[in-house]
Design a protein around this ligand. Structure first.
Ligand code: FES
Length: 384
């Protein structure tokens, strides 16, 4: 359980909304699953603590609260008896997908007086990047356009996507903090096979800067080994090549740039790693961008949506898919990311004792706190 911070024991700022957001922040679009996984069979998901049933009808995906108001049976256990509806399996109460209104009660005849008097909550749905997205509203607000929330470079550019979605144990906030955590990349991942291709330094002098929407980790200094007084030397060089790598690709940093994909080069990324609300990590490589969406399920679980995006199309996409399916999927979305999943699962809730590189964590918490507070103010809700 995420325990409240003890008053006066926190050296940094406090984050009351963030601390309270065990089930995630409402007021955002969340990716739920691949669009190809949703058909006419109702499927159950939990997002931000809300139980949802998703199904596709007439090519469009609908999301409803997954609970029949009659006796509480999940609608995801039901099926479609009439086009544009979903029927509960217990007594045949049948709801319109478009607005959740009870429109027929199979076991009470065509003139059932309860029709039109019961409604199941519906949720806005969109499809982007091959994924189904659901908007979890604050009260009864209307959703903002999803394109305003997607990473800017994923709107209006052509690209192909490889990815992995899986339920993972651990609160979504631990996943966000792990993804952007400065220190773990150097130490936890030292044994990952991905490092055969992507060397990582021993330590950095790091700063975190923001552009209002994203925060970026910027490596001001990069050290490939360090002498620890009285202890010895520690190096994080590639074990198969015992010298610092020549390439020092870091968007926004000094260093000799590698050849960069023109769409990526056209963006204004201030750093290699960036994070934005409601929990989207972006890691920029010269030829592709890796995204991780940490989708809140409940206090103890989140959905990991990892995407590798290559800004190409047509036959050129074939090379990307071969590379993705031939290695990246297993190395990065599997073994490397599995190390993260392990830590997210075993990290304990505050209290905590932070150290210098944790400026990345506190910057993220500050961003979340600031953005959600502003969102509440827009909706006229109390901010504390
Ligand atoms: Fe759903 Fe009775 S519980 S129809």
């Amino acid at each position: 359980r995420w325990r409240p911070r003890a008053a006066g024991r926190q050296d940094w700022a406090s984050w009351p909304h963030y601390d309270a957001a065990g089930n995630g922040f409402p007021g955002y679009w969340y990716p739920v699953t691949w669009g190809s996984h949703i058909d006419g069979t109702p499927r159950a998901f939990t997002i931000c603590g809300e139980r949802l049933v998703l199904l596709r009808d007439g090519g469009k995906v609908y999301a409803l609260h997954d609970r029949c108001p009659h006796r509480g049976v999940p609608l995801s256990e039901g099926d479609q008896q009439f086009p544009g509806t979903i029927s509960c399996p217990y007594h045949g109460w049948t709801y319109r997908l478009s607005d959740g209104k009870l429109c027929a009660v199979i076991t009470d005849g065509p003139d059932s007086p309860i029709c039109g008097k019961v409604t199941v909550r519906t949720y806005p749905v969109a499809e982007r990047l091959g994924l189904v997205w659901v908007y979890v509203p604050i009260a009864d607000e209307r959703p903002h356009p999803i394109d305003e929330q997607l990473p800017e470079e994923l709107v209006g550019n052509r690209f192909v996507v490889g990815g992995r979605i899986e339920p993972r144990r651990g609160n979504w906030r631990f996943a966000c903090e792990n993804g952007f955590d400065e220190g773990h990349a150097k130490y936890l991942h030292r044994t990952s096979l991905w490092r055969l291709f992507k060397p990582m330094p021993t330590w950095n002098v790091t700063s975190v800067i923001g552009d209002g929407r994203w925060i970026y980790r910027v490596q001001d200094e990069v050290h490939w080994e360090a002498d620890f007084p009285g202890v010895g030397r520690w190096s994080n060089q590639r074990w198969w090549k015992r010298r610092p790598p020549k390439e020092t690709f870091n968007i926004g940093n000094t260093g000799k740039p590698k050849k960069i994909d023109p769409t990526i080069a056209a963006q204004e990324f201030a750093g290699f790693a960036s994070l934005s609300m409601p929990g989207v990590l972006r890691i920029v490589y010269p030829k592709f961008i890796h995204y991780e969406f940490y989708v809140p399920v409940d206090q103890g679980e989140h959905r990991y949506v990892g995407l590798m995006v290559n800004f190409t199309a047509g036959w050129k996409a074939l090379g990307f898919y071969l590379k993705y399916l031939g290695g990246v999927r297993w190395l990065f979305h599997g073994q490397f990311s599995g190390q993260d999943a392990w830590m997210v699962e075993v990290t304990d809730a505050p209290p905590e004792r932070l150290y210098r590189p944790d400026v990345s964590l506190t910057a993220w918490r500050n961003l979340a706190e600031r953005e959600f507070t502003a969102k509440l103010e827009v909706h006229g809700c109390a901010s504390s």
